[in-house]
Design a protein around this ligand. Structure first.
Ligand SMILES: Cc1cc2nc3c(=O)[nH]c(=O)nc-3n(C[C@H](O)[C@H](O)[C@H](O)COP(=O)(O)O)c2cc1C
Length: 201
């Protein structure tokens, strides 16, 4: 079922400052990060969108392996099985694929509590038609990744990462984006763990 695990309370949207990369802001007067420091070497966040659970499984393994926090991106209007039927010319996902202007998927929440405290951000998604499932676009466009290491990951039936990571990096415009990794839909936990270890975070 769709995750109801985030009960961060609706309506506590922090202001998302939309900043162009020209502003060299050195002020950081807002020390509102509650004690997120501790246990781990760095603060890791695992953000993901998953329509049918495959990417979620990988995200869970990454979070366990890194001690990171999980955040599920939830479309305000969730995709039903019918919506996801790519064999149907009239399904929601097919229409969105064919008309880029329809891909602005509104999310339940696109801001993260204590965003400043994370220095490594994993971003996970299913591959749709060779690119990242577009619900993640909204998140990527809404946040400032300056100073963060960003590591994309994906699940797919057979396609590789393709340009999905590069396209997201372009959309973000900020952040130190890594190459990332694609896993098959039913990836073994051990494969994911090995990959995380290889990153030497
Ligand atoms: C609309 C749609 C398009 C897809 N396009 C591709 C594709 O281009 N290549 C591929 O290998 N798998 C494709 N798939 C399969 C998904 O990438 C795969 O099932 C993935 O693991 C789903 O992740 P999720 O369970 O987290 O949503 C597509 C699935 C859907 C629903």
């Amino acid at each position: 079922g769709c995750g109801s695990s985030t009960d961060s309370g609706e309506g506590n949207k922090q202001q998302t400052e939309q900043q162009d990369e020209t502003s060299d802001k050195t002020k950081d007067s807002s020390e509102d990060t509650d004690s997120t420091q501790g246990e781990n070497t760095g603060n890791t966040l695992v953000v993901y969108y998953s329509a049918t659970g495959n990417t979620e499984s990988v995200a869970n393994v990454i979070a366990s392996a890194t001690g990171g926090d999980l955040f599920e991106l939830e479309p305000a209007e969730p995709y039903t099985d019918e919506d996801l039927d790519w064999t149907d010319d009239n399904s929601r996902v097919t229409k969105e694929y064919e008309d880029e202007s329809l891909r602005d998927v509104e999310l339940v929440s696109e801001t993260i509590e204590n965003w400043e405290s994370y220095d490594t951000v994993f971003i996970g998604y299913p591959i749709w038609w060779g690119i990242a499932a577009w619900p993640v676009d909204t998140f990527v466009e809404a946040n400032d990744f300056t100073g963060k290491t960003v590591i994309p990951f994906a699940t797919s039936a057979s396609s590789g990462m393709g340009d999905s990571g590069d396209l997201l990096a372009e959309m973000a415009g900020t952040g130190n984006w890594q190459e990332g990794e694609r896993f098959r839909s039913g990836a073994d936990e051990s494969d994911v763990e090995e990959w995380v270890e290889s990153l030497n975070l």
